[in-house]
Design a protein around this ligand. Structure first.
Ligand code: PMP
Length: 419
C-alpha cells in the first residue's frame, strides 16, 4: 500500500513551521524555494534556542556539566544522522558546514593526494558549481582532466562505458535544475569496475527520499542540513572508513590532532581528524533534530507527497502553451522541483511578479551555469516543493503565471517541452 500524507497530517506539519503562517506583501506566503533552502520546524528552532539558553559550551574539551551535555548532544546527532543514511558507523560521518565544504574536503584531501597528470574526473552537465569548481581546482593542481557524462533529450544521463583512466566519478543524485534522479547505484558499480571511486552529491536527494549509502556503495556521500529542515552551516561528509583513514587532514588546528610537539603533530581518530577547530555545535545538534522530524513523518511519505505535487504541477503547467519545462516530464524520474521558462518573460521578471503575490520562486542559473549554457539558455524560473506544500499552492502558481501573461502581454512561443 502506498503511504501518503493525509490532509490532517499536512495541516499538522504546516502548523510546525512558524514562517509559513505569515503574509508577504499582504498575501499568504507560498514558499516554493525549497531547493535553495528549506524552512525550519519549531522543533529545530527550539533546539537552537535551548542550546544557547541552557548548555552552550565547547565540545570534547571541558569536564563541566555544560560541556558534557553539549558533547553528548553533538555526538547523539552524529549517531542519528549515521543511522538515517545507513552509514556503518558514526565515525564515518564528518560534520561540515554543508555540501560545498564536504566536496572541498574530498578535493583538497583525497584528490590532491591521489590524482596525477592524465587521470580523469568524470562529472555531468547537470552538476551544481560546488561539484564542478573544486574539480577544476584539482585539475589545475594535479594535471587531472575533467570529462562529462552527456545528457539525453529528456534530461536523463546518457551513461557511457566508463573509461579506465577515470579515477573519480562525482555526480549529483538529483539535479537542482532538471530534477532528474540519477542512477547512482549503477554508476557506482560502473566506477568500481574500473577501480574509480564515486562521490555522490546528495544535496537535493537526502532531504526528499530515503538514502542508504551502503546500498548505493558510495565511497563519499555529501549533503547540506539547511535543505532538510536543519540549520544553515550544517552538513555531512560520509566516507568509507578505509578511505577516510588513509586521507590527510583538510585543515589543521585544535581537535584534529592527537599530539603536537615543538616540530610536528600526529592526527586524531575519525571523525575528529576532519573537524579542526570549534565545530558547528548548535547547527549539528539542530540537524539531528531535523532528521528526527523527517523520520517521524517518514521519508517514503514525503517522497510520495512530493511526487504527487510535482506530477500535478507538471500537468497544470503543461496546460499553458507558453511554458517550456526542463528535465523529465515523468514525476517518477524527478525530484520535487520544476524549472521552466515562460514565453519571452525573463525569469527574473517572473520571480519579481510572483514575489508581489507572496510566492517565493527562484530565477537565474541556480549555480549551474554550464548546464544552462549547454541547454542554450541564460536562466530559468524554478519552483521547488517540500513536505509542507499543497496542491492549492500549485493552483496559485498556475493562476499567477496566467496573471503574469496578461501583465507582461506575453506572446505564445509554441509548445516546446523538455529540451
Ligand atoms: N549541490 C547541489 C545539487 C545543490 O543544489 C546545492 C545547493 N543549491 C549544493 C550542491 C551546494 O550546497 P551548499 O550551498 O549548502 O553547500
Amino acid at each position: 500500500m502506498i503511504e501518503r500524507l493525509d490532509a490532517v497530517e499536512l495541516e499538522e506539519i504546516r502548523d510546525d513551521f512558524p514562517i509559513l503562517q505569515q503574509r508577504v506583501h499582504g498575501k499568504p506566503l507560498i514558499y516554493f524555494d525549497n531547493a535553495a533552502t528549506s524552512q525550519k520546524p519549531r522543533q529545530v528552532i527550539e533546539t537552537l534556542n535551548d542550546y544557547y539558553r541552557r548548555y552552550n559550551a565547547n565540545v570534547h574539551r571541558g569536564i563541566h556539566a555544560l560541556a558534557e551535555r553539549a558533547t553528548r548532544e553533538y555526538e547523539l546527532a552524529r549517531h542519528t544522522i549515521a543511522k538515517f543514511i545507513n552509514a556503518p558507523a558514526p565515525e564515518t560521518v564528518v560534520f561540515t558546514r554543508g555540501t560545498t565544504e564536504a566536496i572541498n574536503l574530498v578535493a583538497y584531501s583525497w584528490a590532491r593526494a591521489n590524482l596525477k597528470q592524465g587521470d580523469e574526473i568524470l562529472i555531468t552537465w547537470m552538476e551544481h558549481h560546488s561539484n564542478i569548481v573544486p574539480w577544476y581546482q584539482v585539475a589545475a593542481a594535479t594535471g587531472a582532466v575533467i570529462k562529462r557524462i552527456d545528457l539525453n533529450a529528456d534530461g536523463t544521463l546518457a551513461i557511457p562505458a566508463i573509461n579506465p583512466r577515470t579515477k573519480l566519478v562525482a555526480v549529483t543524485q538529483c539535479s537542482n535544475v532538471l530534477g532528474t534522479i540519477n542512477p547512482v547505484k549503477e554508476l557506482a558499480a560502473a566506477a568500481h569496475k574500473v577501480g574509480a571511486l564515486i562521490l555522490v552529491d546528495g544535496a537535493q536527494s537526502v532531504p526528499h527520499l530515503a538514502v542508504d549509502v551502503q546500498a548505493l556503495d558510495a565511497d563519499f556521500f555529501v549533503f547540506s542540513g539547511h535543505k532538510m529542515l536543519g540549520p544553515t552551516a550544517s552538513g555531512v561528509l560520509y566516507g568509507k572508513r578505509a578511505l577516510l583513514e588513509g586521507m590527510p587532514p583538510f585543515m589543521g588546528g585544535g581537535e584534529m590532532i592527537r599530539e603536537v610537539s615543538a616540530t610536528g603533530f600526529t592526527t586524531n581518530d575519525l571523525p575528529y581528524k576532519f573537524e579542526a577547530g570549534t565545530p558547528n555545535i548548535a547547527e549539528s545538534i539542530g540537524l539531528g533534530i531535523a532528521v528526527d522530524y523527517l523520520q517521524k513523518v517518514g521519508l517514503d511519505k514525503i517522497r510520495q507527497h512530493e511526487k504527487e505535487i510535482t506530477a500535478y504541477a507538471l500537468e497544470r503547467l503543461q496546460e499553458m502553451i507558453e511554458i517550456k519545462i526542463y528535465g523529465p516530464l515523468d514525476a517518477e524520474k524527478r525530484g520535487g522541483l520544476v524549472a521552466f521558462t515562460f514565453s519571452d518573460i525573463h525569469p527574473h521578471d517572473l520571480a519579481t511578479f510572483f514575489d508581489q503575490e507572496g510566492i517565493a520562486i527562484r530565477a537565474g542559473h541556480h549555480c549551474a551555469m554550464p548546464l544552462h549554457k549547454h541547454l542554450g539558455i541564460g536562466a530559468t524560473a524554478r519552483a521547488s516543493f517540500y513536505l509542507y506544500n499543497t496542491r492549492a499552492e500549485v493552483d496559485a502558481l498556475v493562476a499567477t503565471l496566467q496573471k503574469a501573461k496578461k501583465f507582461f502581454g506575453a506572446c505564445p512561443t509554441g509548445r516546446a517541452l523538455g529540451f
